[in-house]
Design a binder for this molecule. Structure first.
Ligand SMILES: [Zn+2]
Ligand SMILES: [Zn+2]
Length: 255
């Protein structure tokens, strides 16, 4: 399974999923159509699936053009968020699976940023939309810290350490500035920030990350680390409170 990055809007990523031994293509979160169509044109393949992590416009904006262009397109979204997106054909819930070409894709329900937010897992690669970012996490627009904690700690956190993380936005550098403000003594944050800076200077994405790497520098996955809990005035025994405090601080953080 190859994955291709497509830059959309100002800092969103759509992804082309190119399963081996098949001419199918899925696109994850097409915020706009034109760049995705340009990327598709380089392949002798047909777009069969659109996978939507959640209903926000910067993730679904290209959909209507695809529906008009590709008949028989399968458009996948969680049944809750599907109600807010025109053109969804395949409503899913947690643990559903479906096939794209030769690949099986599993749905993981991770509500909080939106009530019907999902992540898609295939071939050890996880597409996290606006739930998990590299060095950060999404805003709690339609949920609370308990839900986000469950999403990050249990659902995503239960996956193998080497799981590759593909996020909905290129937010890594700004997120690492916040991470450094929480844990100024964490050398992993410093090292990753300098790597991210050089990647961005070369016009390259800072993704995919891995769960193992995120656990070393992402404060939202480090809520049980005493240094992180202390920095937000909470106890590491109460990681949900740490997560809530981190999110509140990040909302007001200007690097
Ligand atoms: Zn969003
Ligand atoms: Zn977004």
């Amino acid at each position: 399974m190859n994955v291709e990055f497509v830059n959309t809007l100002s800092d969103n990523y759509a992804y082309l999923l190119l399963p081996a031994g098949s001419d199918a293509v899925a696109v994850v979160d097409p915020g706009e159509a034109a760049p995705v169509l340009r990327a598709l044109a380089k392949h002798q393949r047909r777009l069969t699936h659109v996978l939507l992590t959640h209903h926000h416009f910067d993730h679904v904006g290209g959909l209507s053009e695809f529906v008009a262009t590709f008949p028989d397109l399968v458009v996948v979204a969680h049944e809750v968020d599907a109600a807010q997106v025109k053109g969804v054909t395949h409503r899913v819930v947690h643990d559903d699976t479906f096939i794209v070409g030769s690949a099986t894709v599993q749905v993981l329900s991770v509500p909080c940023h939106t009530r019907g937010h999902v992540a898609f897992l295939t071939a050890g690669k996880l597409f996290t939309g606006d739930t998990l970012f590299s060095a950060g996490c999404g805003r709690f627009f339609e949920g609370d810290a308990t839900q986000m904690f469950h999403a990050l700690d249990v659902v995503i956190g239960g996956l193998p350490e080497e799981t590759e993380i593909y996020c909905g936005h290129e937010y890594t550098e700004a997120n690492l500035r916040f991470a450094a403000s929480i844990e100024p003594g964490n050398l992993e944050i410093e090292a990753h920030a300098s790597w991210a800076r050089s990647r961005r200077a070369d016009g390259l994405p800072t993704l995919p990350s891995t769960l193992r790497a995120e656990r070393s520098f992402n404060p939202f996955l480090r809520t049980r680390v005493p240094a992180v809990a202390n920095a937000v005035g909470c106890s590491s025994e109460r990681p949900v409170e740490v997560l809530a405090a981190l999110r509140t601080l990040k909302d007001g953080f200007r690097a």
